[in-house]
Design a protein around this ligand. Structure first.
Ligand code: ADP
Length: 160
């Protein structure tokens, strides 16, 4: 029984994240999507809002669960006895950032392996920060995020 974790900010979740989740859940018996809550970071959506959006997106996949985390990700993995961390990679910039992060995590927690999964070509330029920027200018979000996320974004930006 192999459990893996897919950690991220998911601020907000996009079709790029969902694609990695769908492909990872086909490779591992169980996948835990970890919603990171880093006190040093400013998020558009609260951890609870991000958790609810993600939970809605994966609700039909019986081997995927969603868990918030306000500690180091490797600590949560150790507590949950999960030995594999999945990270999505879009390009060489992601790769260089992700490889450093994985080395740091390896030093902190040698028992955990990071597995990289390449994005699908259609999602190569899709990132949460661009989605937020586009939403702030009321741009078309279809094809980037599901309708519930697009609605949540519209609500956020119509308030401010
Ligand atoms: P973002 O870069 O979109 O803000 P997160 O910090 O939430 O993403 O990332 C969580 C994980 O998802 C990271 O491993 C990131 O590289 C990956 N990821 C984000 N967008 C994509 C995408 N379009 N295709 C593949 N992986 C992605």
């Amino acid at each position: 029984m192999i459990r893996a974790a897919f950690p991220g900010s998911f601020d907000p979740p996009t079709f790029g994240h969902i694609d990695i989740i769908e492909r990872s859940r086909a490779v591992f018996d169980e996948l835990v999507v970890v919603i990171a809550e880093n006190k040093q970071k400013q998020y558009l959506f609260s951890a609870e809002e991000r958790r609810v959006m993600m939970a809605g997106m994966v609700k039909d996949w019986e081997n995927v669960t969603v868990m918030p985390c306000d500690t180091l990700i490797v600590e949560l993995l150790r507590r949950e006895n999960i030995k594999i961390m999945v990270r999505g990679v879009r390009n060489v910039t992601d790769f260089s950032y992700e490889s450093e992060l994985s080395m740091m995590n390896k030093a902190l927690s040698p028992g955990i392996e990071t597995i990289f999964m390449m994005t699908r070509p259609e999602y190569i330029v899709l990132r949460s920060s661009s989605v937020r920027e586009l939403a702030a200018f009321d741009g078309d979000l279809s094809g980037l995020v599901p309708p519930v996320v697009a609605d949540a974004l519209r609500k956020k930006y119509s308030k401010s």
